[in-house]
Design a protein around this ligand. Structure first.
Ligand SMILES: [Cu+2]
Length: 184
């Protein structure tokens, strides 16, 4: 019973002492019985500290961008230029985070990446591939695909720091655009 237990029964020793003092001398030098509670405490602290520091640092987030020309008809201004129909127009996330685009409008929209531009170009040079969902932010072309009214995209993950512009395949010329800043 004695070896390998975290709690040590002192009563057990006292009965030992009453029966034979030599028995006490044999058992007392065994430090493992008194050392174990301390070890258990240290292990618990290590687990607590690991949880406190590791979990918040590693958790990836999902941010939401809402698409609606009806709801966000007012012209906004960001570094890349003017925009309408998205909220927020500029999103700041970190590598590993993802964005979900929600279509809250009564018509179809997309959010489609614009390659290597810092201001909104006149023509984003998209093809019909923009209507297919796929890709990652920071790793070439990406798009939510065609989002019907009320639909939302799959989470689109950001893989590389940088500033990324996007727009709606159908309403780009009307100014439906936005910006995603990905921090390390
Ligand atoms: Cu649109």
């Amino acid at each position: 019973m004695r070896p390998g237990r975290c709690e040590h029964s002192d009563n057990y020793y006292r009965y030992d002492n009453a029966m034979a003092t030599t028995m006490t001398q044999v058992t007392r030098p065994n430090r493992s019985a008194t050392g174990l509670p301390a070890l258990c405490g240290i292990a618990l602290w290590a687990v607590c500290i690991a949880l406190v520091f590791a979990v918040p640092a590693k958790s990836a987030q999902s941010d939401f961008v809402t698409l609606s020309l009806t709801r966000y008809a007012k012209v906004g201004q960001i570094d890349a230029g003017q925009f309408v129909g998205v909220s927020p127009g500029r999103v700041v996330i970190h590598v590993g985070d993802s964005i979900v685009f929600q279509n809250a409008d009564t018509r179809h929209h997309t959010a489609t990446g614009i390659a290597e531009e810092t201001t909104f170009p006149d023509n984003p040079r998209w093809t019909d591939n923009a209507l297919q969902a796929g890709g990652k932010i920071g790793a070439g072309a990406w798009s939510t695909g065609d989002l019907a009214p009320g639909a939302h995209s799959s989470p689109i993950i950001a893989t590389k720091p940088g500033t990324y512009l996007y727009g709606c395949f159908f309403d780009y010329s009307a100014g439906m655009r936005g910006e995603i800043v990905v921090q390390p």
